[in-house]
Design a protein around this ligand. Sequence first.
Ligand SMILES: Nc1ncnc2c1ncn2[C@@H]1O[C@H](COP(=O)(O)OP(=O)(O)OP(=O)(O)O)[C@@H](O)[C@H]1O
Ligand SMILES: N[C@@H](CCO)C(=O)O
Length: 350
Amino acid sequence: MISIKVPCSSANIGPGFDVVGLSLSIWLEVQVTIDTSITKSTTPLNCVITYEGDGADHVPLDADANLVTRTALYVLRCHDHRAFPPETRVHIINPIPLGRGLGSSGAAVVAGVMLGNVVGKLGLSKDRMLDFCLMIERHPDNVTAAMIGGFVGSYLRELDPVDMERKEIPLAEVLPEPAGGIDTGVKPPQPPQGIGHYIRFGWAKEIKAIAIIPNFEVSTASARAVLPQEYSKQDLIFNLQRLAVLTTALTRSPPNAELIFQAMQDKVHQPYRKTLIPGLPEILASVTPQSHPGLLGICLSGAGPTILALATHNFDHIAEEILARFSQEGIQCDWKVLEPAYEGATVAQI
Ligand SMILES: Nc1ncnc2c1ncn2[C@@H]1O[C@H](COP(=O)(O)OP(=O)(O)OP(=O)(O)O)[C@@H](O)[C@H]1O
Ligand SMILES: N[C@@H](CCO)C(=O)O
């Protein structure tokens, strides 16, 4: 059996909207077996899916509807494989909460690209696989962190006009709508080479991430829909100044809490997302390095609603304060202390 493991991730870390991501220690696992004794499968697209974990009651189990296998089919079809090899069994174990800002869709897309690469025996490098991920999830922060591992900064390369046209193809043409297991025969658009460029930053070993995960979902699409089309010069400079300091501040031991706390402030996405997350500004202001020693900084994780607090110690005390604030809004939360997942996405024979 082959096991594909992909970590969850927290995007933005305050000012780094669509730029930085941190992979963290909750892993989506996709277990794959191919039963070669079945040469003619009766299952649509030759793929049987089973699923356990978050979303088990509603995540689709049809190969052309499930995000993991649908992504794998995209990769396979770009390489002239019309379906999975008969008969592919895919067991998905997903502990990453869906729609909470911990990169569940990014992990599913990365796992899907790796699944296509494995079952199609395509031999793609991680960098080439990232191109496929970026045709589907078009902001690079979550997928790059999940694929590469650790604290990662990335940008989308400015492509020449022909490549740009390929990248800007509507998502529905990259991942065709489910066709009830029927192969529509359409060859999907190949990704241009090297869509995303990235760099892995260091990370001070004593910094952990407390994830406070509310019991409701905010879809990334709705959290992007509330953002403005234009920003003021002051707000962009505010974020750029902080991001430049933050990427190095988080590498230094011992971490400078004052510096990091200020460097994690943001004026590009968090202020606009307060309409979707009750009490967000108060929650982000509820803990400081002075009130809660050990705290380094606090932000919305990805598109939310999860709150990410970076800290060196005093995790319970910090989490309790944020849980109490959410509770005042009638919201219950789960919370976990997570560590960077340095390895990124892995494939192993087990
Ligand atoms: N393991 C999975 N299998 C199938 N579908 C998944 C899986 N993980 C995520 N998804 C799909 O992705 C959706 C969530 O994506 P969305 O981008 O809204 O949130 P997120 O990725 O959890 O958060 P963020 O992007 O803010 O970090 C789910 O509702 C589901 O449709
Ligand atoms: N940078 C993205 C991450 C969400 O996946 C956002 O905040 O919308």
